[in-house]
Design a protein around this ligand. Structure first.
Ligand code: PEP
Ligand code: MN
Length: 253
């Protein structure tokens, strides 16, 4: 007998780790739209640990983002790490940006980005810093706020620690909780993809995030994760993301 479980409405941002080519972007976006996704993410400029890894397609991917906006009606977002990324994004009409974990950890870069984003009216999503330092995270939000940026949204993606096993980044939920005390009014999403590092570990992390009161999830999804040029092991196909949402008993708000 089926037991009726009321579904919880959550926010969802989904899309590939990196924009790779037009068909990968459009195909992934179509699959996500079919699930009811309204906010699409894709990294154009990718911060990679090793020199020589795929560093993203850069500006070349902006028209693919525009096509997804116009043809599918999705809102699109990408990572900005330098003022010149902000300039390119503003020119092309991208809807939102996120600031990555390595950038949040750098107060000089945060000041430069806050200055570049000032007056844009654009929602700015900010990840926790890569190191487990709540003050650095708070300082990054203060820098955005001091530049008059009103719409700041927070993403908890876990922290780089010596022993994070079995995860790629340790969740350290208590640090997110401490941070939240400072800014209780903000919107909080959890990025289980970068915490997990492996798609098999996503489900319990999503469950935990939702039980901790996060407003939504920020998940990497790729039409062919096995051939993805970055973060291959942690990405889900749109179909598998749909199955994950069903097993979590959630629907997209
Ligand atoms: C990403 O979202 O693809 C990314 C690079 O994330 P983070 O800054 O959390 O490592
Ligand atoms: Mn990634």
């Amino acid at each position: 007998m089926d037991v009726f479980v009321e579904k919880r409405k959550i926010g969802l941002v989904a899309g590939p780790c990196s924009a790779e080519n037009r068909s990968q972007m459009l195909d992934t976006a179509r699959g996500l739209k079919a699930l009811g996704v309204r906010l699409f993410r894709a990294g154009l400029w990718k911060p990679r640990s090793r020199w020589g890894s795929f560093e993203g397609v850069g500006k070349k991917g902006l028209p693919w983002m525009n096509e997804i906006q116009q043809e599918l009606g999705l809102k699109v977002m990408t990572e900005v790490a330098l003022p010149r990324h902000v300039e390119a994004v503003l020119k092309s009409g991208i809807d939102m940006v996120w600031i990555g974990a390595r950038t949040t950890a750098n107060p000089f870069m945060m000041s430069e980005l806050a200055e570049a984003l000032k007056g844009s009216g654009m929602p700015v999503w900010i990840k926790n810093p890569i190191c487990p330092d709540v003050a650095l995270w708070i300082g990054a939000v203060e820098r955005l706020r001091n530049a008059g940026i009103q719409d700041v949204r927070v993403i908890h993606r876990g922290f780089c620690v010596v022993d994070s096993a079995p995860y790629r980044n340790a969740p350290l939920w208590e640090l997110a909780e401490q941070f939240r005390h400072n800014f209780p009014e903000l919107t909080y999403y959890c990025d289980p993809s970068h915490m997990a590092g492996k798609r098999e570990l996503l489900f319990p992390l999503c469950e935990k995030a939702l039980s901790c009161g996060f407003d939504g999830l920020f998940v990497e999804s790729h039409n062919s994760p096995e051939v993805a040029l970055s973060d291959s092991a942690q990405q889900l196909t749109p179909v598998d993301l749909g199955a994950l949402l069903r097993s979590l008993h959630v629907i997209i708000d």
